[in-house]
Design a binder for this molecule. Structure first.
Ligand SMILES: Cc1cc2nc3c(=O)[nH]c(=O)nc-3n(C[C@H](O)[C@H](O)[C@H](O)COP(=O)(O)OP(=O)(O)OC[C@H]3O[C@@H](n4cnc5c(N)ncnc54)[C@H](O)[C@@H]3O)c2cc1C
Length: 296
């Protein structure tokens, strides 16, 4: 039986209270949101916090999807299932529904959160690729107030983020870009499993349908090694180009070269590189089709 080391449990009554507790308890305190990553790590003794601060009562402050004309703001405690179910979110960013359909299973999705996924920073976490493709920024709060940083600055490497002791992620913000769309493709060994590899793409088009070009494009890879979001050569290759199968293949090749997968029980390095290329092609093709009204 896997049993965590002894720990103290506190239930935060507000975001300010959670931050105050973290400041008071120091580096031995950890937030628990959905608990689907933290609790297994505690049972395996890979994480041994002395204090666990539960934020699940903070729905009013942290659980929401707010949409304006220019921006979507999602609270850190928003569950996977809410991201999956929101028709308004899917209409603007279809990549969320694509990804959430294939993240884990309903039990995990009912509890696991956007904030927990990003803060866990597991290189196989699908939402990091989604948020990077959508040029998200993260709101981090501490005793002094809020700071807002890009996804690129948020992720420091596998299992490492810019959230320091005494801080928490409260919100993720997404700009709404005109004439844009997005898509996500994942290959998993069986339904509900972590990815063998997955890829998210977002594009913004300019010009009319007949002669439209990709004004801006981003691709985020997942489960194929560290630092596979914000791949500059991909965005550079897409910028200003008319969409074509040749372009997608060229960018797919960059994706395969830019990642660093390991051979493991999910597949060989060569197979994962092949998936990085193929899923990049498919995600870009679908994102462009959606952005140009060729696919609902
Ligand atoms: C069987 C299973 C299958 C899964 N399959 C997938 C999958 O296919 N794809 C995928 O992407 N994920 C998958 N997951 C992970 C799932 O998405 C989790 O929900 C996610 O990893 C963590 O979210 P959580 O809310 O449970 O975080 P928690 O476990 O509560 O926390 C994770 C970490 O983030 C910290 N944290 C949480 N919230 C905050 C915050 N607001 N501010 C600062 N720190 C915070 C915690 O202290 C902890 O260190 C799977 C999980 C399981 C158990």
């Amino acid at each position: 039986m896997q049993v965590p080391a002894p720990f103290e449990y506190e239930r935060a009554t507000s975001v300010d209270h959670a931050i105050q507790l973290m400041a008071q308890l120091g580096s031995e305190a950890r937030i628990v949101a959905g608990g689907h990553s933290l609790l297994p790590m505690m049972k395996l003794r890979l994480a041994n916090p002395e204090y666990v601060i539960d934020i699940n009562d903070l729905k009013d402050e942290l659980e929401y999807i707010r949409i304006t004309d220019t921006e979507v703001r999602i609270g850190a405690l928003t569950r996977h299932s809410q991201l999956l179910d929101s028709d308004e979110l899917a209409a603007i960013f279809p990549i969320f529904r694509d990804a959430e359909k294939v993240i884990a299973d309903p039990v995990v999705r009912n509890r696991g959160t956007l904030g927990g996924s990003l803060c866990q920073a597991d290189p196989s976490e699908d939402l990091s690729a989604v948020c990077d493709a959508l040029q998200a920024s993260c709101v981090i709060r501490n005793g002094e107030g809020d700071r807002v940083i890009t996804m690129h600055d948020f992720h420091r490497g596998p299992y490492e983020t810019a959230v320091a002791d005494g801080e928490m992620l409260t919100e993720v913000r997404f700009p709404i870009v005109p004439n844009s769309s997005s898509a996500y493709h994942k290959v998993e060994r069986r339904a509900g499993d972590w990815a063998v590899a997955s890829v998210g793409a977002a594009v913004a088009m300019s010009g009319s349908n007949g002669s439209s070009v990709i004004a801006d494009g981003r691709v985020g890879l997942c489960a194929v090694g560290p630092n596979t979001t914000h791949i500059e050569p991909i965005s550079a290759a897409l910028s200003g180009q008319p969409p074509s199968e040749e372009l997608y293949a060229q960018v797919g090749a960059i994706a395969a070269e830019s990642c660093n997968p390991d051979t493991d029980g999910r597949g060989t390095e060569a197979y994962k590189r092949h998936l990085a290329k193929e899923l990049t092609i498919r995600s870009l093709r679908k994102a462009v089709a959606r952005a140009t009204g060729q696919e609902a």
